[in-house]
Write a protein that binds this ligand. Structure first.
Ligand code: GLA
Ligand code: ZN
Length: 672
């Protein structure tokens, strides 16, 4: 199953009319019509209203909300509302409340506050989902199911401990296998009974915080278990929905680069992927793009939904900057350029009370339709209506893949040695950014993905190499492709046990190198790396590379390893295997990645315009679209590299003609 079929990009967002008197609702719909809003995400936090006590379901409000939406021709993305439990459930079944990493059993409060192993929670959540599906399957407004909200966090209670043990039994079958995987002979940990196993927390294996564990194998498995435990909650609700509604697509809103959950384990169970995009303030535009491409990669490149973004500001950060004029439009087109087939906001009308009253909304507390934000939202609504179905279902024709792996993320960041400051998303983003700014479309995919469609595969800090990946990478190189791996790649197996072999383990033959030693230095120590005409800065980790067939491409400039290779290339079959042995600065990463891409003619025509982002999509009927996004507050002057028509203005440009983008401007070119 795929995303819901629509005739245009669904446009709208989270709508909580239950917070206002019904008199406001008519005005809401007037404003929605004015803003081109056709899709409402409803019910995300209405459990306590829909089920005020264990024995009572009251659908009065939801009935009215959905019926009114239908009257106005709007569609509803209907949430099951199980992310924030009602007070009565927590009071009646205290075990529903989570136990935190420090072992404190919480009392009622906040949201995302349930223990995933609690049968009281699961039973109540599933029953609610079933009742909702029974009632609203077939409702004319229903467009999609939205289960729960931003699943996340972990619980360390006794129920979870039992569930963890059961999960481990299923995974390992015998204690011998588990002892072997976790390397328990170290520090006298050999388990002789499943009951001896404890969740890794501040009370057990951890000594400074969640990233400091005595046993990486145990902590890794707890991350996997938590992923599966929350997925179990999702699946329980999905099954309950399916019993009444076999057809309507089901999703949950993910969070992109969210460390606690391995979304690749979730992906097969989502009918379509969706995510909430709140890029860190001041992050380069490639940071949001990485989230989009990661989300698109969950479902083999199928379009996803942008389930939330703020129209103006967030509220949860210490400082919450405003989106500048034009930035919302640009961010929305960026999402579409990367494969979004829906553009939704959090939120349509601002909450009057509690912690999100300062969060941006399409309609503020004063209810005006003449604010700058409302007008920008409405302008975008008109643009998306004019665009119609053109981009729906279009896929990204990427020839570059970046391998993204939650296991490696976890393993790297819970590792004692060699360097705590190495952060997985930062290194991944540096390589992603280099490829994107060079103009390459990039699929961000799991290590199990089919690599045959790609010419270039980037494997930054892929700490764990699992399954047959090494063989598949070698096959890609032999047939002419390029593989790039970096420092701290291929160090360990799936249990975070070091390979009993030369570094980089199963990739050593392909890379044509051997590494015996590595040096980690404080963040302010820079070793200059010569790369052709460029001298790049390198930091954090310096692996000392002994070529075994590879040729040096860049060399360290300082310390006792000065003159030894920091970047190597190994020709194997018809292709090349590149290894970057240190954390190069962005110019250094750019240099290396562009050389790799250039071999496959993958450096785009606008790669010299730092602020101009390009992205391609190919529609189901074969139309090729090129999105041009100007991230600078000044105009960008380009030269058209192909004859094309801009779908937003109708303007035609011939190859070689000047093409100017406004400040923060966008063009959606239909290529001839
Ligand atoms: C998340 C949640 C929303 C809301 C927004 C605020 O994405 O899903 O309920 O809290 O953040 O930014
Ligand atoms: Zn628990």
């Amino acid at each position: 199953m795929t995303a819901p079929r629509t005739s245009k990009i669904p446009y709208g967002g989270d709508y909580n009319p239950e917070q206002w008197p019904e008199a406001t609702w008519a005005e809401d719909h007037r404003l929605f019509t004015k803003a081109g809003i056709d899709t409402l995400t409803v019910g995300v936090f209405s459990w306590s209203l829909t089920q005020p006590d264990p024995g009572t379901y009251d659908f009065t409000t939801l009935d009215r909300v959905l019926d009114r939406a239908a009257t106005h021709g709007r569609r509803v993305c209907l949430a099951t509302g199980t992310a924030a439990v009602p007070p009565w459930l927590a009071k009646r079944h205290p075990e529903v409340n989570r136990t935190d990493f420090e072992g404190r059993r919480h009392r009622y409060g906040q949201r995302h506050n349930f223990c995933p192993a609690s049968t009281a929670y699961r039973g109540a959540a599933t029953a609610l989902a079933a009742r909702l599906a029974e009632r609203y399957a077939g409702h004319p407004a229903l467009l999609a199911w939205h289960i729960n909200n931003e699943y996340g966090g972990a619980c360390y209670c006794d129920l979870c401990a039992d569930a963890f043990r059961a999960w481990l039994r299923a995974r390992y079958e015998t204690l011998d296998a588990l002892n072997d995987a976790w390397w328990t002979t170290f520090w006298s940990h050999r388990y002789t009974d499943w009951d001896q196993i404890e969740p890794p927390s501040a009370l057990t294996e951890h000594w400074r915080g969640p990233d400091h564990t005595a046993f990486q194998g145990i902590t890794l498995d707890y991350h996997r278990f938590t992923t599966d435990a929350l997925l179990g909650c999702f699946l329980g609700e999905k099954e309950a929905i399916r019993a009444h509604d076999p057809d309507t697509p089901v999703t949950t809103n993910l969070m992109g680069l969210y460390r606690p959950l391995d979304y690749h384990r979730w992906a097969p169970h989502l009918d379509f992927a969706s995510w909430d995009n709140y890029p860190p303030p001041d992050a380069p535009p490639t940071r949001a793009a990485l989230g989009h491409d990661l989300t698109r990669g969950l479902k083999d490149g199928a379009p996803f939904w942008l389930m939330e973004q703020t129209p103006s500001t967030t509220a949860c950060r210490d400082v919450n900057p405003l989106r500048r004029p034009g930035e919302l439009r640009l961010a929305t087109w960026q999402a579409i350029a990367h494969g979004a087939d829906a553009a939704l906001y959090f939120q349509l009308r601002a909450s009057r009370g509690a912690c999100e009253k300062y969060h941006g909304a399409v309609v503020g507390h004063a209810g005006r339709d003449d604010t700058r934000v409302f007008q920008e939202v409405a302008e975008l609504g008109r643009e998306l209506s004019d665009l119609g179905a053109t981009t729906l279902g279009a896929r990204t024709p990427a020839r570059t893949a970046l391998l993204f792996d939650w296991d490696s993320w976890w393993a790297l960041e819970i590792s004692d040695g060699p360097s705590r400051p190495v952060r997985y998303p930062d290194v991944v983003h540096a390589y992603y950014r280099a490829a994107r700014e060079a103009g390459a479309d990039v699929d961000v995919v799991p290590v199990t993905a089919d690599l045959t469609p790609y010419d270039v595969v980037l494997a930054p800090v892929l700490h764990l190499v699992k399954g047959d990946l090494a063989a598949r990478l070698e096959a890609l190189v032999r047939r002419g492709g390029s593989v790039l791996a970096t420092f701290l790649t291929a160090r360990c197996d799936e249990h975070d046990r070091a390979f009993p072999a030369d570094v980089p383990g199963p990739l050593a033959p392909l890379m044509g190198i051997r590494i015996d030693e590595w040096d980690a230095r404080p963040e302010d120590v820079v070793n200059p790396v010569r790369l052709g005409d460029l001298t790049a800065g390198a930091r954090l980790v310096f692996e000392i590379v002994r070529p075994r067939g590879a040729e040096p491409v860049g060399t360290y400039g300082a310390d006792f390893y000065a003159g030894t290779p920091a970047v190597t290339r190994h020709r194997v079959g018809a292709g090349e295997a590149w290894y970057v042995a240190t954390a190069l600065d962005q110019p250094g990463v750019d240099h290396v990645v562009r050389r790799v891409l250039a071999r496959h003619d993958l450096v785009g025509p606008h790669a010299d315009h730092a602020a101009v982002e390009t992205a391609h999509r190919v529609t189901p009927d074969g139309t090729r679209l090129l999105f041009l996004l100007n991230h600078a507050p000044e105009p960008a002057r380009l030269t058209a590299h192909a004859t094309a028509e801009d779908l937003l203005t109708g303007r035609r440009t011939d190859r070689g003609e000047p093409l100017t983008l406004d400040p923060h401007g966008v063009a959606v070119l239909r290529l001839r």
